[in-house]
Design a protein around this ligand. Sequence first.
Ligand SMILES: Nc1nc2c(ncn2[C@@H]2O[C@H](COP(=O)(O)OP(=O)(O)OP(=O)(O)O)[C@@H](O)[C@H]2O)c(=O)[nH]1
Ligand SMILES: [Mg+2]
Ligand SMILES: [Zn+2]
Length: 300
Amino acid sequence: MLVTVLTADGERVRARPPRDRTTPVIGDRVALVEDGGVSRVAEIARRERVFVRPNAQGGQLVAAHVDRLVIVTAVEPGPRPGLIDRMWIALGDQPIEVVLVLNKCDLPGTEAAAAELADHVAAGAELVRTSTKSGEGIAALGARLARGLSLLVGHSGVGKSSLINALVPSAALATGAVNALTAKGRHTTTVATCHALAPDHLIVDTPGVRAFPLEGLALAEVASRFPGIGAHAARCHFAHCLHEGEPGCAVEAPDSLVPAQRLSRYRTLISSLREEAALARGPKPGERRGREKGPPPRRR
Ligand SMILES: Nc1nc2c(ncn2[C@@H]2O[C@H](COP(=O)(O)OP(=O)(O)OP(=O)(O)O)[C@@H](O)[C@H]2O)c(=O)[nH]1
Ligand SMILES: [Mg+2]
Ligand SMILES: [Zn+2]
Protein backbone atom coordinates (compact mmCIF):
# COMPACT_ATOMS: atom_id res chain seq x y z
CA MET A 1 0.00 0.00 0.00
CA LEU A 2 1.39 3.38 -0.98
CA VAL A 3 1.18 6.47 1.19
CA THR A 4 0.92 10.09 0.07
CA VAL A 5 3.67 12.35 1.36
CA LEU A 6 3.34 16.13 1.19
CA THR A 7 6.75 17.72 0.63
CA ALA A 8 7.83 21.08 2.05
CA ASP A 9 7.13 22.71 -1.35
CA GLY A 10 3.58 21.41 -1.35
CA GLU A 11 4.19 18.61 -3.83
CA ARG A 12 2.45 15.27 -3.29
CA VAL A 13 4.60 12.16 -3.67
CA ARG A 14 3.35 8.58 -3.59
CA ALA A 15 5.75 6.45 -1.60
CA ARG A 16 6.20 2.94 -0.31
CA PRO A 17 5.97 2.38 3.44
CA PRO A 18 9.20 1.84 5.40
CA ARG A 19 11.07 -1.48 5.17
CA ASP A 20 10.34 -2.27 8.82
CA ARG A 21 6.64 -2.32 7.91
CA THR A 22 5.69 0.44 10.34
CA THR A 23 2.50 1.96 9.00
CA PRO A 24 2.80 5.73 8.64
CA VAL A 25 -0.17 7.64 10.09
CA ILE A 26 -1.60 11.04 9.24
CA GLY A 27 0.69 13.81 10.43
CA ASP A 28 3.84 11.66 10.52
CA ARG A 29 7.00 13.50 9.52
CA VAL A 30 9.01 11.29 7.22
CA ALA A 31 12.21 11.17 5.21
CA LEU A 32 11.98 9.84 1.65
CA VAL A 33 14.56 7.94 -0.36
CA GLU A 34 14.57 6.85 -3.98
CA ASP A 35 14.51 3.08 -4.21
CA GLY A 36 14.71 1.57 -7.69
CA GLY A 37 12.84 4.46 -9.31
CA VAL A 38 10.13 4.71 -6.65
CA SER A 39 10.00 6.76 -3.48
CA ARG A 40 10.05 5.01 -0.15
CA VAL A 41 9.62 6.26 3.40
CA ALA A 42 13.04 5.70 4.95
CA GLU A 43 12.34 7.03 8.39
CA ILE A 44 9.45 8.25 10.54
CA ALA A 45 10.32 10.98 13.05
CA ARG A 46 9.51 10.33 16.70
CA ARG A 47 5.79 10.76 17.14
CA GLU A 48 4.68 13.63 19.33
CA ARG A 49 1.28 15.10 20.12
CA VAL A 50 -0.61 11.95 19.15
CA PHE A 51 -4.32 11.29 19.15
CA VAL A 52 -5.14 7.70 19.98
CA ARG A 53 -8.66 6.42 19.65
CA PRO A 54 -9.08 3.86 22.41
CA ASN A 55 -10.39 0.40 21.55
CA ALA A 56 -10.31 -3.07 23.06
CA GLN A 57 -6.91 -3.72 21.43
CA GLY A 58 -5.23 -0.91 23.32
CA GLY A 59 -6.00 1.95 20.97
CA GLN A 60 -5.67 3.03 17.38
CA LEU A 61 -3.23 5.78 16.55
CA VAL A 62 -5.20 8.24 14.42
CA ALA A 63 -2.68 11.01 13.85
CA ALA A 64 0.63 12.41 15.06
CA HIS A 65 1.87 15.99 15.46
CA VAL A 66 -1.66 17.14 16.18
CA ASP A 67 -1.80 20.85 17.02
CA ARG A 68 -5.50 21.10 17.64
CA LEU A 69 -8.33 18.76 18.54
CA VAL A 70 -11.50 20.14 17.04
CA ILE A 71 -14.41 18.52 18.86
CA VAL A 72 -17.38 18.96 16.56
CA THR A 73 -20.86 18.94 18.09
CA ALA A 74 -24.17 19.94 16.57
CA VAL A 75 -27.59 21.22 17.45
CA GLU A 76 -28.88 17.88 16.09
CA PRO A 77 -27.72 15.26 17.20
CA GLY A 78 -27.15 17.40 20.31
CA PRO A 79 -23.91 17.73 22.33
CA ARG A 80 -22.92 15.02 24.79
CA PRO A 81 -20.70 16.73 27.38
CA GLY A 82 -19.50 13.35 28.70
CA LEU A 83 -17.96 12.47 25.33
CA ILE A 84 -16.19 15.83 25.22
CA ASP A 85 -14.71 15.13 28.67
CA ARG A 86 -13.42 11.75 27.53
CA MET A 87 -11.77 13.07 24.38
CA TRP A 88 -10.25 15.97 26.28
CA ILE A 89 -8.87 13.60 28.94
CA ALA A 90 -7.43 11.32 26.25
CA LEU A 91 -5.09 14.15 25.20
CA GLY A 92 -3.33 13.88 28.55
CA ASP A 93 -0.81 16.62 29.15
CA GLN A 94 0.27 16.91 25.52
CA PRO A 95 0.34 20.48 24.20
CA ILE A 96 -2.72 20.08 21.96
CA GLU A 97 -5.34 22.81 22.06
CA VAL A 98 -9.04 22.05 22.18
CA VAL A 99 -11.51 23.91 19.98
CA LEU A 100 -15.23 23.20 20.24
CA VAL A 101 -17.50 23.63 17.26
CA LEU A 102 -21.27 23.86 17.51
CA ASN A 103 -22.46 23.12 13.97
CA LYS A 104 -25.96 23.29 12.43
CA CYS A 105 -26.65 26.65 14.11
CA ASP A 106 -29.29 27.22 11.42
CA LEU A 107 -31.55 24.75 13.28
CA PRO A 108 -33.89 25.65 16.15
CA GLY A 109 -32.52 24.77 19.60
CA THR A 110 -29.14 26.42 19.05
CA GLU A 111 -29.15 28.28 22.37
CA ALA A 112 -30.04 25.17 24.36
CA ALA A 113 -27.23 23.26 22.63
CA ALA A 114 -24.77 26.09 23.28
CA ALA A 115 -25.75 26.01 26.96
CA GLU A 116 -24.67 22.34 27.07
CA LEU A 117 -21.18 23.48 26.06
CA ALA A 118 -20.92 26.44 28.45
CA ASP A 119 -18.96 24.56 31.10
CA HIS A 120 -16.29 23.44 28.63
CA VAL A 121 -15.93 27.03 27.50
CA ALA A 122 -15.53 28.01 31.16
CA ALA A 123 -12.89 25.28 31.46
CA GLY A 124 -10.83 26.85 28.66
CA ALA A 125 -12.08 25.64 25.27
CA GLU A 126 -12.89 28.14 22.58
CA LEU A 127 -16.31 27.72 20.95
CA VAL A 128 -16.99 28.44 17.29
CA ARG A 129 -20.60 28.36 16.10
CA THR A 130 -21.04 27.26 12.51
CA SER A 131 -23.57 26.30 9.89
CA THR A 132 -22.58 24.77 6.58
CA LYS A 133 -26.09 25.60 5.36
CA SER A 134 -26.10 29.35 6.11
CA GLY A 135 -22.32 29.83 6.04
CA GLU A 136 -22.29 31.25 9.59
CA GLY A 137 -18.91 30.90 11.27
CA ILE A 138 -17.20 29.08 8.39
CA ALA A 139 -14.73 31.91 7.75
CA ALA A 140 -14.08 32.22 11.50
CA LEU A 141 -13.42 28.49 11.77
CA GLY A 142 -11.17 28.60 8.70
CA ALA A 143 -9.14 31.39 10.28
CA ARG A 144 -8.93 29.47 13.57
CA LEU A 145 -7.55 26.39 11.80
CA ALA A 146 -5.20 28.27 9.47
CA ARG A 147 -2.00 26.81 10.92
CA GLY A 148 -0.83 23.37 11.87
CA LEU A 149 -2.73 20.11 11.94
CA SER A 150 -6.37 20.22 13.05
CA LEU A 151 -8.09 16.92 13.79
CA LEU A 152 -11.88 16.96 13.58
CA VAL A 153 -13.58 14.43 15.86
CA GLY A 154 -17.10 13.87 17.15
CA HIS A 155 -20.27 11.87 16.85
CA SER A 156 -21.52 10.60 13.53
CA GLY A 157 -23.77 13.06 11.71
CA VAL A 158 -22.62 16.28 13.39
CA GLY A 159 -21.18 17.55 10.11
CA LYS A 160 -17.41 17.01 10.27
CA SER A 161 -17.13 16.11 6.58
CA SER A 162 -19.57 18.90 5.62
CA LEU A 163 -17.39 21.42 7.47
CA ILE A 164 -14.26 20.22 5.69
CA ASN A 165 -16.06 20.45 2.35
CA ALA A 166 -16.92 24.06 3.23
CA LEU A 167 -13.33 24.84 4.23
CA VAL A 168 -11.56 22.84 1.51
CA PRO A 169 -13.82 22.78 -1.55
CA SER A 170 -11.57 20.30 -3.38
CA ALA A 171 -12.11 17.78 -0.56
CA ALA A 172 -15.49 16.64 -1.94
CA LEU A 173 -16.10 14.30 0.99
CA ALA A 174 -19.18 12.12 1.16
CA THR A 175 -21.75 13.25 3.72
CA GLY A 176 -24.79 11.35 4.97
CA ALA A 177 -28.20 12.32 6.25
CA VAL A 178 -28.97 11.80 9.91
CA ASN A 179 -31.47 9.00 10.57
CA ALA A 180 -34.83 10.71 11.08
CA LEU A 181 -35.99 8.10 13.57
CA THR A 182 -32.98 7.79 15.87
CA ALA A 183 -31.51 11.28 15.19
CA LYS A 184 -28.14 9.53 14.86
CA GLY A 185 -25.61 9.75 12.04
CA ARG A 186 -25.04 6.87 9.67
CA HIS A 187 -21.26 6.56 10.02
CA THR A 188 -20.66 7.85 6.51
CA THR A 189 -16.92 8.47 6.94
CA THR A 190 -15.06 5.21 7.48
CA VAL A 191 -11.39 6.23 7.28
CA ALA A 192 -9.49 9.30 8.42
CA THR A 193 -8.38 11.55 5.54
CA CYS A 194 -5.99 14.48 5.51
CA HIS A 195 -6.73 17.64 3.52
CA ALA A 196 -3.81 19.95 2.90
CA LEU A 197 -4.24 23.62 2.07
CA ALA A 198 -0.50 24.19 2.53
CA PRO A 199 2.32 22.11 4.07
CA ASP A 200 1.51 23.58 7.51
CA HIS A 201 -2.25 23.82 7.08
CA LEU A 202 -3.77 20.38 7.40
CA ILE A 203 -7.34 19.45 8.27
CA VAL A 204 -8.16 15.86 9.10
CA ASP A 205 -11.58 14.22 8.85
CA THR A 206 -12.25 11.18 11.02
CA PRO A 207 -15.06 8.62 11.28
CA GLY A 208 -17.77 9.46 13.83
CA VAL A 209 -17.30 7.88 17.24
CA ARG A 210 -19.96 5.86 19.05
CA ALA A 211 -18.26 5.67 22.40
CA PHE A 212 -14.89 6.64 23.79
CA PRO A 213 -13.58 4.19 26.36
CA LEU A 214 -10.67 5.33 28.51
CA GLU A 215 -9.33 1.88 29.26
CA GLY A 216 -5.96 1.62 30.87
CA LEU A 217 -6.08 5.09 32.35
CA ALA A 218 -5.77 5.27 36.15
CA LEU A 219 -8.63 7.10 37.87
CA ALA A 220 -6.08 9.48 39.42
CA GLU A 221 -5.06 10.48 35.91
CA VAL A 222 -8.68 11.02 34.94
CA ALA A 223 -9.07 13.20 38.03
CA SER A 224 -6.04 15.30 37.20
CA ARG A 225 -6.96 15.74 33.53
CA PHE A 226 -10.68 16.35 33.85
CA PRO A 227 -11.53 19.68 32.15
CA GLY A 228 -11.63 22.42 34.74
CA ILE A 229 -10.87 20.19 37.74
CA GLY A 230 -7.17 19.35 37.42
CA ALA A 231 -6.02 22.89 38.18
CA HIS A 232 -8.15 23.09 41.35
CA ALA A 233 -6.99 19.64 42.50
CA ALA A 234 -3.51 21.06 43.09
CA ARG A 235 -4.88 22.38 46.41
CA CYS A 236 -6.21 18.97 47.56
CA HIS A 237 -4.38 17.53 50.57
CA PHE A 238 -3.61 14.21 48.86
CA ALA A 239 -1.69 14.17 45.59
CA HIS A 240 -3.92 11.49 44.07
CA CYS A 241 -7.18 12.80 45.46
CA LEU A 242 -10.22 11.43 43.61
CA HIS A 243 -12.48 14.05 45.23
CA GLU A 244 -14.61 11.39 46.87
CA GLY A 245 -14.70 12.61 50.45
CA GLU A 246 -10.96 12.49 51.14
CA PRO A 247 -9.89 14.82 53.97
CA GLY A 248 -8.66 18.19 52.76
CA CYS A 249 -10.21 17.88 49.31
CA ALA A 250 -10.21 21.35 47.71
CA VAL A 251 -12.53 20.35 44.85
CA GLU A 252 -15.35 19.34 47.21
CA ALA A 253 -14.70 22.06 49.82
CA PRO A 254 -17.54 24.52 50.49
CA ASP A 255 -15.43 27.34 49.00
CA SER A 256 -14.51 25.25 45.93
CA LEU A 257 -14.45 27.08 42.62
CA VAL A 258 -15.53 23.94 40.76
CA PRO A 259 -19.16 24.36 39.66
CA ALA A 260 -21.55 21.71 41.01
CA GLN A 261 -22.55 20.64 37.50
CA ARG A 262 -18.90 19.97 36.54
CA LEU A 263 -18.35 17.94 39.70
CA SER A 264 -21.45 15.92 38.96
CA ARG A 265 -20.19 15.16 35.40
CA TYR A 266 -16.87 14.13 36.91
CA ARG A 267 -18.60 11.77 39.36
CA THR A 268 -20.67 10.22 36.59
CA LEU A 269 -17.52 9.62 34.55
CA ILE A 270 -15.64 8.01 37.45
CA SER A 271 -18.51 5.65 38.20
CA SER A 272 -18.94 4.76 34.51
CA LEU A 273 -15.23 4.03 34.24
CA ARG A 274 -15.43 1.76 37.30
CA GLU A 275 -18.35 -0.07 35.72
CA GLU A 276 -16.59 -0.35 32.35
CA ALA A 277 -13.46 -1.70 34.04
CA ALA A 278 -15.52 -4.27 35.98
CA LEU A 279 -17.22 -5.39 32.77
CA ALA A 280 -13.89 -5.67 30.98
CA ARG A 281 -12.49 -7.81 33.83
CA GLY A 282 -15.43 -10.18 33.64
CA PRO A 283 -17.07 -11.94 36.59
CA LYS A 284 -15.00 -12.57 39.72
CA PRO A 285 -14.23 -16.20 40.51
CA GLY A 286 -17.29 -17.74 42.16
CA GLU A 287 -19.54 -15.01 40.80
CA ARG A 288 -22.09 -16.44 38.42
CA ARG A 289 -22.99 -14.13 35.63
CA GLY A 290 -25.96 -14.75 33.40
CA ARG A 291 -28.10 -15.43 36.43
CA GLU A 292 -28.59 -11.68 36.72
CA LYS A 293 -30.41 -11.64 33.44
CA GLY A 294 -33.48 -13.65 32.54
CA PRO A 295 -36.02 -15.25 34.88
CA PRO A 296 -34.92 -16.55 38.30
CA PRO A 297 -34.22 -20.29 38.48
CA ARG A 298 -37.42 -22.27 38.95
CA ARG A 299 -37.95 -24.29 42.13
CA ARG A 300 -38.71 -27.91 41.66
N1 LIG B 1 -29.06 21.77 9.07
C1 LIG B 1 -27.76 21.50 8.89
N2 LIG B 1 -27.38 20.28 8.47
C2 LIG B 1 -26.06 20.07 8.30
C3 LIG B 1 -25.07 21.05 8.57
N3 LIG B 1 -23.84 20.52 8.34
C4 LIG B 1 -24.07 19.26 7.93
N4 LIG B 1 -25.38 18.97 7.90
C5 LIG B 1 -26.01 17.71 7.51
O1 LIG B 1 -25.74 16.74 8.51
C6 LIG B 1 -25.64 15.44 7.93
C7 LIG B 1 -24.35 14.77 8.39
O2 LIG B 1 -23.25 15.46 7.87
P1 LIG B 1 -21.81 14.79 7.68
O3 LIG B 1 -20.90 15.86 7.22
O4 LIG B 1 -21.91 13.55 6.87
O5 LIG B 1 -21.50 14.39 9.19
P2 LIG B 1 -20.16 13.66 9.77
O6 LIG B 1 -19.91 14.25 11.11
O7 LIG B 1 -19.08 13.71 8.79
O8 LIG B 1 -20.70 12.16 9.97
P3 LIG B 1 -19.84 10.76 9.96
O9 LIG B 1 -18.97 10.76 8.76
O10 LIG B 1 -20.90 9.71 9.91
O11 LIG B 1 -19.08 10.74 11.25
C8 LIG B 1 -25.73 15.67 6.42
O12 LIG B 1 -27.06 15.39 6.01
C9 LIG B 1 -25.42 17.13 6.24
O13 LIG B 1 -26.02 17.69 5.10
C10 LIG B 1 -25.51 22.33 9.02
O14 LIG B 1 -24.75 23.25 9.28
N5 LIG B 1 -26.87 22.49 9.16
MG1 LIG C 1 -18.03 12.23 7.84
ZN1 LIG D 1 -9.77 16.43 45.97
